[in-house]
Design a protein. Structure first.
Length: 110
């Protein structure tokens, strides 16, 4: 096996691993976004319940501010990981295309 074929196969394998990483991260991000959505619903409900009376409004804000901060942080992280996953997808596709091209060139010359 010549070097171009070998390099082509390696690039295709690395591209496939990158695409698997994209799939895995996207799955976990989707799960995280679902949990964030559920938590946001609970925070909204709590805020609504405590805002019914002016005396409980400040207590409700104190209770929900901490949770809202955590939800916002989780959303930020989910967005970051989704962006990383997109980079993996694009890189994986490019590596696979280049790998197939290198493999085909290596095959023609031998």
């Amino acid at each position: 096996m010549n070097a171009k074929k070998f390099i082509g196969i390696i690039l295709v394998i690395i591209g496939a691993v990158s695409l698997y990483g994209f799939y895995y991260i996207n799955t976990k991000v989707a799960e995280g976004r679902e949990q964030i959505s559920e938590a946001q619903g609970k925070v909204n409900t709590t805020g609504t319940l405590f805002s019914l009376h002016p005396a409980t409004k400040t207590v409700g804000k104190q209770l929900t501010n901490y949770a809202q901060g955590k939800i916002d942080e989780g959303t930020r992280l989910a967005n970051e990981y989704a962006q990383y996953a997109n980079y993996l997808m694009i890189g994986g596709i490019i590596l696979m295309i280049v790998g197939v091209g290198v493999f085909a060139i290596g095959r023609k010359k031998s």
